[in-house]
Write a protein that binds this ligand. Structure first.
Ligand code: ATP
Length: 741
């Protein structure tokens, strides 16, 4: 038997509501003095974000349970800034066992991550383009023992292709502006191409180039703080320079697949420390590359045939070069993550961890006043965001109501509708893996599955993908628009997904998506080029990645020595192992879903805290666009003046409603804010009244629990505490205090 004590809300006037924290940026998406964030609220009180960090820390110490802090919100709402602040605060508050983890190193990590993983977009000057979990491990005495960074879902295709008006990863412009002359000459960057390569090295004003050079100096300082040696840094610049040369080399658009400008391709090979022919083969001649590898590893011809079939549509020369560039970038990014982890690793024993999760924010071109439809990459970021939102929904509403029901606690509250699961299903529903909603059909697959299937069908097209999607998810008839999660637009190959619980629909253009879902064999061959480099510094930097199973290639940070780190790595690998067939098929879209599954499986067992970041005054919310259904509250066009602006109330309403914030507050007020098991109650109140605790102890061994508890609580003047007696669930029965769930 297990007694649970519910504290009434009336006794807890200061507890936080369902959403742990709502952060409102005072200055809008771009700070007036970028870099110096005014960390104060409207009323000038100290920022609340530190209180949330503190609460997670105390929960970790008192329950000995892992904690996760997840930031949610639109792109540019301040999630990364919040995550950095949380981590800095935790490290400053708890202190480190031996100085392995320090506030300076956390800052340096974010400087490095911003350079390698962010870019300037219409939403933000530094928009994150990957998802990360930064874990801090704590000892039993509450000090930080180690940290580990894991990253996934890097938008690597950005290296070669950017939407109009948006930039490449910041590191390229920083490096091209800031490298010293000697290194520049060594890497053949002293003489740049007239036209830009992959959109790199473009500065609209001379000051921008100066700023980029200053940022590069800062980045080098941060890398030194993290113990990244000069030779490791040079190895990184070599790969980045090679990507630049590949962009300059380009590919012939007609005839044989080959580089268009031989001399630039030759430079790429030289800085990578390989022969031109090797690079040429890895980029264009995958068939030959596979034969060589299979002869080396002694595999049969059968495996080769599978590979050929899985390549689906034929790749063009341009796609080959782009794939090689993005594959190289993924490897360099992973190497940077593992260097950061090296700097934070230790062998000290840890009790539990706090994981901080940051991901690219929700994005809709309409927020920037743009008329274009969203891209496949934007869909992937929106999917990531909604998967995390679904976690919030399940924790805040589904689990809480389930607990009330199990414990027969009367609470008048209906599960809010719709759930973020509705739009998540449009993207990743697989009828063979889930119970279908009423009326659902076995062939109603989500976009990712449809794309992975169609890419293997000879002669299939984007149109077929859209048709299958509409047949599965578009509802027709009266009132369909309110309940549908998707609708086809008037424009060809376009559809609208009703994200954010229908509050913020995004119009997508599916042109070329079937090509996006195609495994890019050049990208898959890129690691080989690095592993076989003749340059020692490259070899030593990338050899450790060579030992990783290829299924985990897209996830970085799968190295670590401490017990906590190994547990996290194990949780991630398990997810990929569960869908080995898709991984073997190199199914691109399924792997996006698997990366998200890996992230959720990592944090699901921990106690979750959410930070909802809101943008108070988005650039422009556009009115009634062609082909898109704009809710009336979005139809506000506002001129933007300099300085702080008054908040845009309709836009804020959309964000609040899109998160179910008010419902979460309502459940918090009508339900019971806190609950506590008998064991924990005993631990917490032991010192207050030892005789009461003794009687509670005996109560759990068979006497009338309720009466003893009531008497005891009266004695402690806690009459409003609600006592529920119930049998332990199977999970609780196997749970040992202090052990992980
Ligand atoms: N509380 C704040 N007040 C003012 N400016 C802020 C605040 N938080 C963040 N900013 C600024 O807003 C910009 C975007 O912040 P940040 O990169 O943290 O957003 P984000 O939500 O992580 O965006 P994305 O999802 O695109 O990565 C930065 O220039 C940052 O300096």
């Amino acid at each position: 038997m297990n007694t649970l004590l519910h504290r009434c809300r009336a006794q807890l006037p200061h507890t936080c509501a369902g959403p742990d924290l709502i952060v409102l940026q005072p200055w809008g998406p771009v700070a007036p003095s970028a870099g110096k964030v005014p960390w104060c609220r409207w009323d000038g009180l100290p920022a609340h974000i530190n209180s949330l960090a503190q609460r997670a820390y105390w929960e970790l110490l008192s329950h000995r349970r892992d904690q996760s802090i997840v930031a949610l919100g639109r792109s540019g709402a301040g999630k990364t800034t919040c995550c950095e602040q949380v981590l800095e605060h935790l490290v400053g508050l708890a202190g480190s066992v031996d100085g392995t983890v320090s506030v300076e190193k956390i800052r340096a990590t974010f400087t490095v991550l911003r350079a390698f993983g962010s870019m300037s977009t219409g939403h933000s000057r530094s928009a994150t383009r990957f998802t990360m979990v930064m874990s801090l491990d704590f000892s039993a005495t509450g000090r930080v023992t180690a940290a580990q960074l894991q990253t996934m879902l890097l938008e690597k295709s950005r290296v070669a292709r950017q939407p109009e008006g948006e930039g490449n990863f910041e590191i390229f412009s920083q490096m091209l502006a800031g490298l010293d002359l000697d290194l520049r000459t060594e890497l053949y960057l002293h003489q740049m191409r007239d036209s830009t390569s992959f959109g790199m090295g473009v500065w609209s004003k001379p000051e921008d180039k100066q700023k980029a050079a200053a940022a590069f100096a800062q980045l080098q300082g941060a890398m030194e703080t993290l113990g990244i040696s000069g030779s490791e840094q040079r190895a990184i610049w070599r790969v980045l320079a090679a990507i630049y040369h590949l962009g300059a080399a380009g590919a012939c658009k007609v005839g044989r697949k080959q580089f268009m400008r031989f001399e630039w391709a030759n430079r790429a090979a030289e800085v990578l420390g390989c022969e031109y022919e090797e690079l040429n083969r890895a980029t264009f001649k995958h068939h030959l590359q596979q034969i060589i590898e299979q002869v080396k590893s002694g595999l049969s011809r059968r495996g080769l045939e599978d590979e050929e079939t899985s390549s689906g549509l034929k790749m063009t020369g341009v796609e080959c070069v782009e794939g090689m560039a993005s594959g190289l970038y993924q490897e360099v990014f992973a190497a940077v993550v593992s260097l950061i982890n090296r700097s934070f690793s230790s062998h000290h024993l840890s009790m539990a961890s706090i994981m901080v999760v940051d991901s690219p924010g929700f994005q809709n071109p309409r927020h920037q006043g743009k008329d274009r439809a969203a891209t496949f990459e934007e869909l992937c970021h929106n999917y990531t965001h909604e998967r995390l939102q679904l976690l919030f929904y399940q924790r805040t509403f589904v689990s809480t109501l389930e607990r009330y029901r199990e414990e027969s606690v009367p609470v008048q509250f209906d599960l809010p509708e719709p759930s973020p699961g509705t739009t998540v299903a449009v993207v990743d529903q697989n009828p063979s893996q889930v119970r279908l909603p009423a009326g659902g059909r076995a062939e109603d697959k989500g976009l990712f599955w449809v794309l992975d299937e169609e890419v293997r069908v000879e002669g299939s097209s984007d149109n077929v993908v859209l048709e299958r999607l509409c047949a599965a998810f578009e509802k027709k008839g009266t009132g369909a628009e309110e309940s549908s999660a998707l609708r086809a637009c008037e424009q060809p190959l376009q559809c609208e997904i009703f994200h954010q619980l229908g509050q913020d629909p995004v119009r997508y253009d599916l042109t070329g998506w079937i090509h996006r879902a195609k495994p890019n064999l050049s990208a898959l061959d890129a690691p080989q080029v690095l592993h076989q480099s003749k340059r020692e510094e490259l070899q030593s930097l990338f050899q450790t990645r060579a030992k990783l199973p290829p299924i985990c290639q897209a996830v970085a940070g799968l190295e670590g020595t401490s017990q906590q780190a190994l547990q996290r790595i194990c949780a991630m690998r398990k997810t990929f192992a569960s869908s080995l067939a898709a991984v073997k098929r190199k199914a691109v879209c399924t792997q996006i879903k698997l990366q998200m599954d890996a992230l959720t499986s990592l944090i699901r067992r921990s106690q979750l805290h959410f930070i909802h970041c809101l943008v108070p005054n988005p650039v422009v919310e556009s009115r009634g666009r062609q082909g898109s259904l704009t809710p009336p509250h979005l139809g506000v066009d506002k001129p933007r003046a300099g300085g702080p602006q008054a908040p845009d109330i309709p836009a804020l309403r959309v964000q609040l409603a899109g998160f179910h914030i008010l419902e979460a507050l309502r459940l918090h007020r009508t339900g019971y804010a806190d609950h506590m098991g008998l064991t924990q109650f005993r631990r917490q109140f032991q010192a207050l009244d030892p005789p009461l605790m003794r009687s509670l102890m005996s109560a759990s061994e068979g006497t009338d629990e309720r009466k003893v508890c009531e008497a005891g609580l009266r004695h402690l003047s806690l009459e409003k505490v609600n006592i529920v007696i119930r049998h332990k669930t199977a999970a609780e029965a196997t749970h040992r205090p202090g052990a992980k769930w």
